[in-house]
Structures are given as structure tokens and as C-alpha cells.
Ligand binder design. Structure first.
Ligand code: ZN
Length: 339
């Protein structure tokens, strides 16, 4: 089958047209991949930051249709031909050399979805409701749940909150809508004019570039919560400046939620953090119930995914576009686009 393979030390994926499909274990399902989202984590992993020496197929955000079931898979629970979104982590995933479990999931350590076919455990499949197209069902499984978990579970956004989102990309454009859906007043910050325009179209009250936000915070602009999908020193310092004003309402507990995976070390002053009451929280991924919720929101039309498709053969071009911050929303690759 056609597959885009991570080869350690190579900053581009290698397209292999004859990658073998292995035998299924009893609890596994062979999926025909319908769509696979291209994630910024791929850019980070290709830079070698994970020190991974394994060779495997990339792609950890996917949906597909079962075409073959392992001998112990319940054929009533998993139906051939139906569309399923795939959770990358299941309860029994073991970490690599004692590291986080996510480094031993499909597309990150194990063969993933930049391929015509994908093998996953039965319990990683979540059925996709009618009306949700494959490109949206794919991004629901990573961008969709990671953004939702950050807004709903980590930030615990509630009606009336003022929420500032940094980075209106694949995850951030969904977070703007989730926060709005939960009744918040939403602000966005992104250095790209097109991303700011998208944030306003999706319900943000105002969208700033970094200089504009800096001026606003100096003038006293304050929010209850920041959710940072960039997480570099610039956005972190602006987030803290936007939250610090809450100390006038002591003991309010403004939240600084970090979702972006930046290579930078962030510096904060403990006295400043304690005095302002800011809680600095990390948020990653989401579970099966979050994926079901997110798919339902897409099915109802409550949340709109800004997504574009490309053939799998173009995956390196899409990753280059991500590196250059050229993508608005999310891009997915389609393995069977010429079939
Ligand atoms: Zn990802």
C-alpha cells in the first residue's frame, strides 16, 4: 500500500508505494483510511525533538471504515463500511522507555494513518454520526478533542467568562467556537491577518495582533482565561499580562491554559503568579467521551471546521506549509483520492 513513512534523521516523510500490511491481532481492526489530518506535532517530530529511532508511518488524526476484523472483535459493535473516528490513545497504551504513552500510539511510534490502510485496536474506534464528512471526522480525533478538552475541562469556561485564545490555527479556530458555544465572550490573538479574520467570522468579539494586544493590556485589558495554542515566550507573557488584572478581584483564580508545544522554556515569577492568583495549567488531548461530544457538535452544525483536503502524495507539501505557518484552519490528506 501507499504510505508516508518517518525515517529517523530525515525531515521529510518517505513515500513508499509497497509498504506491507501486517496481520491483525485478535482485538484489532483493519481500516480503509478515509482522511488523516496533518498536525503541528508532525513538524516537531520531524525535527527530531522526540529522539525517536523507530521507522513508522506518520498520521495520528484519522477516520476510516473497517474492512477486516480481528477474530475477537465484536462484529455488532464494529460494523464494516461504517465511518469511525480513531482515538490515538487507549487505556492500555504503554509509554516508550517509561516516557509518555502518547509516544507509543498510532502515527507517533506505531504505524499511523498517512497510508491507504490503518490497523488499530477495536476500543479506539468511535462511530461518526451521519452528516459529518470524513475530513471533519478526522480532525475531530485530535484537533477537535484537544481544543475541546482545553476549553471545557482545563479552562472550565462558563457563561459570561472573558476568554482569550492565542493561535487561531487547526485547534484554535475550534477553541474560539467552543468557548463561544459555552457562553463566553471570546478574544483572539494571532500574527496572521487571515487567522484574525477567521476568528471574527467564527464569533470572536475582537482579534488582535501581538502589538495591539500589548497596547490593550497596558491600558488595562483583562480576561478570566487564556488558552494558548502557541505557547512561546511572547504569547505566554501577553497571557500573563492579560490575566494579572484579576488580582483586583482577589481571590479570583484566572487560568492560563497551555496547549501549544513550543520548544521554548517559559519563565515566570512566583511572587507575581501567587499575587495575581493565576493558575498555569497544561492540557493535552481528550478521551472517548470528548470525541463523541465533539462529533455530535459537528453533526448538529454547532461548530464549523475550516478544513481543506489534499491527496496523500502531497503530505510533505502540506507539512512544509505548516512549517511556514501558511495554513488557515486544518489540512487533511486523502489516501484514496485517485481511486
Ligand atoms: Zn496532533
Amino acid at each position: 500500500m501507499l504510505a508516508a513513512v518517518y525515517v529517523p534523521g530525515n525531515e521529510r516523510l518517505v513515500l513508499d508505494r509497497h509498504y506491507p500490511i501486517r496481520e491483525l491481532h485478535d482485538n484489532e481492526v483493519l481500516l480503509k483510511v478515509a482522511a488523516a489530518g496533518v498536525c503541528h506535532s508532525d513538524v516537531a517530530l520531524l525535527s527530531g525533538v522526540g529522539l525517536d529511532t523507530r521507522k513508522y508511518i506518520f498520521g495520528h488524526e484519522a477516520c476510516g471504515t473497517p474492512i477486516k476484523l480481528g477474530t475477537k472483535v465484536d462484529a455488532h459493535a464494529v460494523q464494516k463500511g461504517k465511518l469511525y473516528s480513531v482515538l490515538a490513545l487507549d487505556n492500555c497504551t504503554l509509554g516508550l522507555s517509561g516516557g509518555p504513552a502518547i509516544f507509543n500510539s498510532f502515527g507517533i511510534g506505531k504505524d499511523g494513518a498517512y497510508a491507504e490502510y490503518l490497523i488499530v485496536p477495536e476500543d479506539s474506534l468511535v462511530p461518526v454520526p451521519n452528516g459529518v464528512p470524513p475530513e471533519v471526522a478526522a480532525i475531530a480525533s485530535d484537533a477537535g478533542i484537544t481544543a475541546y478538552h482545553a476549553v471545557q475541562d482545563a479552562a472550565q469556561v462558563k457563561p459570561g467568562d472573558k476568554v482569550l485564545i492565542f493561535g487561531v490555527g487547526g485547534l484554535g479556530h475550534l477553541a474560539v467556537q467552543y468557548a463561544k458555544h459555552l457562553g463566553a465572550t471570546v478574544y483572539a490573538c494571532d500574527f496572521k491577518p487571515a487567522a484574525r479574520k477567521l476568528a471574527l467570522e467564527l464569533g470572536a468579539t475582537e482579534a488582535f495582533d501581538l502589538i495591539e494586544l500589548n497596547k490593550k493590556t497596558t491600558a488595562g485589558f483583562t480576561v478570566d482565561t487564556t488558552i494558548d495554542f502557541v505557547a512561546n515566550n511572547q504569547t505566554f507573557n501577553l497571557a500573563m499580562a492579560s490575566l494579572r488584572g484579576n488580582d483586583v478581584h482577589f481571590p479570583s483564580r484566572p487560568k492560563c491554559v497551555m496547549v501549544g508545544a513550543s520548544a521554548e522554556n517559559l519563565v515566570f515569577n512566583t511572587f507575581d503568579t501567587l499575587a495575581s492568583g493565576v493558575q498555569i495549567l497544561g492540557s493535552t488531548y481528550g478521551d472517548r467521551s470528548v470525541l463523541a461530544t465533539v462529533l455530535d457538535l459537528f453533526a448538529k452544525g454547532s461548530i464549523r471546521a475550516h478544513v481543506h483536503s489534499e491527496p496523500l502524495e502531497n503530505v510533505n507539501k502540506v507539512i512544509d506549509e505548516l512549517r511556514a505557518f501558511e495554513i488557515i484552519g486544518r489540512k487533511v490528506v486523502i489516501p484514496h483520492s485517485k481511486a
